[in-house]
Design a binder for this molecule. Structure first.
Ligand code: UDP
Ligand code: MG
Length: 315
């Protein structure tokens, strides 16, 4: 077996404390696999514009173990772009994205590979716990999955992260998608294929801190919804029609009432409510339109998803 079997892609951004322990724990696990993958694997780090010693660490790792290689971005492009780059670069017949913080236990890789050998194209990890996330994060994540799966045809499995095994076939499909807006979980869901899940226990982050704040998560959520569905655009015509219908009925009522009882001067409150309500709706729908137009602009510009500044290892 000489062809590359398994590629791990590991996005890293300012993770100098995490890359060493990661390699120490993961390499023996991969070597211990009862599978041809044990002899032909690579660990591909994607340095997403780190400003600390991460890159130096990656170089040192590559010097001691050429199965560990890396590409380094010219700046921070975000985790989704890093994953895209990983999929572009990875050579394996199966590819597994994995966070460097070891919150997702690499021991599960063995199970994933076994399922893959059984013939599954996608084996995604599902957490059996979410205690490692704060309560607000859990609630917002939950809300997001519900909203996403309610409005989109391509359901994303709940409690599944980016930790999953992807067969080469799936990787090529994802790579062939031309869009700039890359909400990975949405792309995986859209691609379909024969999927199965393995469950695992998510641990606390041991070194470093989370790189996601609520602003980043909110942006990710909007990216996810807008790339998965156009329902937020269409819903306004129905709502508008409904409101217009109500307005006609109300207008008839006012005409009849005026004819029967004469002109009534008071009406300030109801007028204000109607104006504010409709003004709010108008702005909201314009805002939604803006979200989509902005994304069209990004797509049309067609800039590269990421820029590689340096390659460590590989040929
Ligand atoms: N990450 C990245 N670019 C970013 C943000 C995060 O490459 O802009 C990487 C990070 O180094 C880590 C992974 O994505 O390997 C997941 O990040 P983190 O553990 O902070 O997210 P959380 O587990 O808190 O959701
Ligand atoms: Mg993490």
């Amino acid at each position: 077996m000489s062809a590359m079997q398994l590629s791990l892609i590991v996005p890293v951004m300012n993770e100098e404390a995490a890359v060493g322990p990661f390699a120490e724990r993961v390499v023996p696990i991969l070597e211990g696999l009862a599978d041809p993958a044990a002899t032909a694997f690579e660990i591909l780090f994607v340095d997403d514009g780190s400003s600390d010693a991460t890159l130096a660490q990656l170089k040192a790792l590559n010097a001691t173990d050429p199965r560990i290689r890396a590409i380094s971005f010219s700046r921070n492009f975000g985790k989704e772009a890093a994953l895209s780059a990983g999929l572009d670069e990875a050579k394996g017949a199966a590819v597994i994205p994995l966070d460097v913080d070891l919150q997702d236990p690499p021991e599960v890789i063995g199970e994933m590979v076994a399922k893959w050998r059984e013939g599954y194209d996608v084996v995604y990890g599902v957490r059996d716990n979410r205690e490692t996330d704060s309560l607000p994060k859990r609630l917002t994540a939950d809300l997001y999955y519900r909203a996403h799966n309610w409005i989109s045809r391509d359901k994303i499995p709940e409690h599944a992260g980016d930790f999953r095994l992807l067969d080469r076939r799936v990787v090529e499909v994802i790579r062939s998608m031309p869009e700039r807006n890359r909400f990975m979980k949405g792309l995986f869901a859209w691609a379909g294929f024969k999927q199965t899940a393995v469950s695992y226990h998510r641990e606390e982050r041991k070194v470093g801190r989370t790189k996601f704040n609520y602003v980043k998560l909110w942006t990710l959520a909007i990216d996810g919804i807008t790339s998965a569905s156009t329902l937020p655009l269409r819903v306004w015509s129905y709502l508008g029609g409904f409101v217009a219908l109500g307005a006609i009925v109300y207008a008839l009522f006012i005409v009849v009432r005026t004819l029967a009882f004469g002109i009534e001067v008071p009406g300030y409150a109801s007028m204000m409510v109607a104006i504010l309500f409709l003004g709010g709706l108008n702005l909201l729908s314009l805002g939604v339109l803006g979200e989509y137009v902005g994304r069209i602009l990004t797509e049309v510009k067609g800039r590269p998803l990421y820029i590689v500044r340096e390659r460590i290892g590989g040929e």
